[in-house]
Design a protein around this ligand. Structure first.
Ligand code: MG
Length: 369
């Protein structure tokens, strides 16, 4: 089997409402997503999506993803998409780094592999069944009352786990925000306070030793080293996200006791192949993980939910579904959706999301052998 064609679509995905991160210093109103279809000489096609969260969240952006695919395409045409580790090595030689470029290609290869094997991705990734995964809401930074209102709104659609975005420049306001939200949580609900790297280590230590809240805290500071310094000096379990790109990042984070868990996001680490390695490492060292993607439609969400579902329940916290923040649905009704607080991956062979190109418009590039 050989890759004969790579077709690329660009999608503008407006958010239903503006979204603030990192104490309000980062604002997002639309996402720039790239959908990729890989065709083969045996008539099997696979789909992948890569969608950085805007331009300011990670060293990744939509135009860069598409430029990277253009660079990679000549090396990919003619390769066997079922040889997924080999395809990843080819991409790493042709374009070092740039994991977010490679993720949609890797996911499309997994989709093809699943169809050829006649198995859903959750099974190829090691799962025993299509286990339902808890979903978590994502609560934009605001006043305590605004954020609590958003949590109650999410609870109405079944969410019991929440990710509340904090990290303002006003230490007192952050302490008040954390205390108010932790105390106002509906019974049985859990929250992670996601700082999105806004605090210096001194501020993180001061805030987290001043609150009674003992909930998870995510990415308190910019770097892994800063977060490790904080983790040793606060009572809260720490989750790392933005500072983790490579397998080695995860190995060092474990060695330096920088965290009790991580976010595993295919688009941040280079696709399902590399995310699976990190997931397996996390299971082996007893981490608890949120497995979800950086952003995108239900297609990107579904790829990540296959990996989440195949992960032992003790090692996963919850998964966020980006597509609930989008004004448009380019794969209407398909893939992993929120069903009263959990989501389940499709059980058809492969990824289980096949976009109707009617909803995608004209492709922006076609690379052929
Ligand atoms: Mg985060």
């Amino acid at each position: 089997m050989k890759i004969t064609r790579i077709t690329v679509w660009q999608l503008d995905l407006p958010l239903t409402e503006p979204y603030w991160l990192s104490g309000g210093r980062l604002k997002f109103e639309r996402l720039d997503s790239t959908l990729i279809r890989i065709d083969t000489d045996e008539g099997v096609s696979g789909w992948g999506e890569g969608c950085p969260w805007g331009e300011t969240y990670l060293p990744a952006h939509g135009p860069g993803l598409r430029a990277g695919v253009q660079t990679l395409a000549p090396s990919l045409l003619g390769q066997d998409p079922r040889s997924i580790d080999h395809v990843n090595r080819v991409m790493d030689v042709a374009l070092p780094g740039h994991p977010y470029v490679k993720s949609p290609i890797d996911i499309a290869c997994w989709d093809i592999m699943g169809q050829v094997a006649g198995l859903p991705l959750w099974q190829l990734l090691g799962g025993a069944d299509a286990a339902p995964v808890l979903v978590n809401s994502s609560i934009s930074t605001g006043t305590p009352d605004e954020m609590i209102a958003l949590i109650h709104r999410a609870a109405e659609t079944g969410y019991t786990v929440h990710s509340a975005k904090v990290g303002g420049s006003d230490i007192g306001a952050d302490i008040a925000r954390i205390e108010a939200i932790s105390e106002a949580l509906p019974k049985g609900h859990r929250v992670t306070f996601d700082v999105n790297r806004a605090w210096t280590p001194g501020v993180a230590i001061e805030v987290l030793n001043s609150t009674k809240a003992r909930d998870w805290v995510e990415q308190p500071c910019e770097t892994r080293e800063q977060c490790a310094h904080v983790a040793a000096r606060v009572p809260n379990p720490i989750l790392l996200d933005e500072c983790m790109s490579t397998f080695e990042d995860h190995l060092i984070a474990w060695k330096t006791q920088a965290c009790e868990g991580v976010k595993v996001k295919p688009n941040r680490v280079g696709g399902l192949t590399k995310a699976r390695r990190i997931r397996d490492f996390g299971v082996s060292v007893g981490w608890q993980m949120h497995i979800e993607d950086v952003g995108g439609s239900a297609l990107a969400d579904t790829a990540a939910i296959h990996l989440a579902s195949s992960t032992p329940e003790a090692n996963r916290l919850a998964s966020w579904l980006c597509h609930y923040h989008l004004a448009h649905d380019p794969v209407p009704g398909q893939g992993a959706r929120n069903a009263a607080g959990t989501t389940t991956p499709p059980s058809v062979p492969g990824l289980g999301v096949i976009p109707d190109t009617y909803h995608l418009g004209d492709p922006i590039a076609v690379y052929e052998a």
